[in-house]
Design a protein around this ligand. Structure first.
Ligand SMILES: Nc1ncnc2c1ncn2[C@@H]1O[C@H](COP(=O)(O)OP(=O)(O)OP(=O)(O)O)[C@@H](O)[C@H]1O
Ligand SMILES: [Mg+2]
Length: 273
């Protein structure tokens, strides 16, 4: 499904990503680990269209999407969440999730070049039956997604997101990504800043997604979670791949142990074990 070749990105004198290859097959769960500053989030940015690579290529479903804009990738079925959660504070929980479903609109969003946006506005003003029916269906779907988080989000569906707890804002972000019904779901440290209970709950949710066949790419520092969930792990340090393979083999790879020992984040990795 995803094919990354020789991806590279430099910031001034820092080579954040230094020629990464990565394949993700349909239904696979791949995790990316590595100490702070290893280049994990930059790699995500390059793959999801937030940043453009200096070299290398990204193919999604056989289509070359190197340097493509995020909205094109979203339309192709790629959804991501951010390390530092991003939600629309003034929108309700439900509306935040509906934003994620925007690319799924058909009746309300005519696929016409240039005039498409104008037509979309006109349709929003007139609200023909087909558009209303579509909105109802997406709303029902968004509620179904909120229900996946137990009673964390559904009872708060009409509250503005700015009033939510930190953990709930992170959940909303994941709900929004799921509303796209993505073919590939990319999550950057979904449990960062969460306590043990919240982390366990998130792990269970992600395990549930995996069980349903969702293709997932996960960046995560909590190694125990990585070990439990992943089919395959890519370990990075200084922008490079230092190991790749089954979780257990990667965890015990001398290069990985050394990378963590050489960085302050070893404490974090140990704490998670
Ligand atoms: N926009 C930017 N401008 C300049 N340098 C950047 C930028 N983004 C990332 N970097 C640098 O690139 C390197 C990789 O950063 P990145 O955020 O990808 O690491 P990471 O593996 O996600 O780390 P962490 O585990 O702390 O989230 C770091 O040295 C970082 O300072
Ligand atoms: Mg990061």
């Amino acid at each position: 499904m995803l094919q990354v070749r020789g991806l590279a990105r430099r910031f001034g004198g820092v080579t954040a990503v230094a020629g990464i290859d990565l394949d993700v097959a349909e239904g696979e769960f791949v995790s990316i680990i590595g100490p702070n500053g290893a280049g994990k989030s930059t790699l995500f940015n390059l793959m999801s269209g937030l940043d453009r690579p200096d070299a290398g290529s990204v193919r999604f479903d056989g289509v070359d999407v190197t340097g493509a804009r995020p909205e094109r990738l979203a339309a192709l079925g790629l959804a991501r969440t951010f390390q530092h959660g991003r939600v629309f504070g003034n929108l309700s929980v439900l509306d935040n999730v509906l934003v994620g479903a925007h690319t799924r609109l058909r009746a309300a969003r005519p696929a016409v070049p240039v005039l498409g946006a104008l037509l979309e506005l006109a349709l929003a003003a007139i609200l023909p039956g087909s558009v209303r029916a579509e909105e109802r269906a997406l709303r029902a779907d968004a509620e179904k997604i909120l229900a996946m988080f137990g009673d964390r989000l559904l009872p708060r569906r009409d509250q503005p997101a700015f009033g939510l707890s930190y953990a709930n804002r992170r959940r909303v972000e994941i709900a929004r990504a799921l509303a796209l019904r993505p073919r590939l779901l990319m999550m950057d440290e979904p449990t960062a800043g969460m306590n043990e209970t919240e982390t366990a709950e998130m792990q269970e949710l992600i395990a549930g997604l995996k069980a349903r066949g969702q293709t997932i790419l996960l960046i995560e520092h909590k190694l125990e979670m990585v070990m439990r969930l992943s089919d395959r792990v890519l370990a990075m340090d200084d922008g490079r791949r230092i190991a790749e393979g089954p979780p257990d083999a990667v965890r015990h790879d001398p290069a990985v142990i050394e990378a963590y020992l050489g960085h302050a984040s070893m404490g974090q990795a140990e704490a998670a074990e």
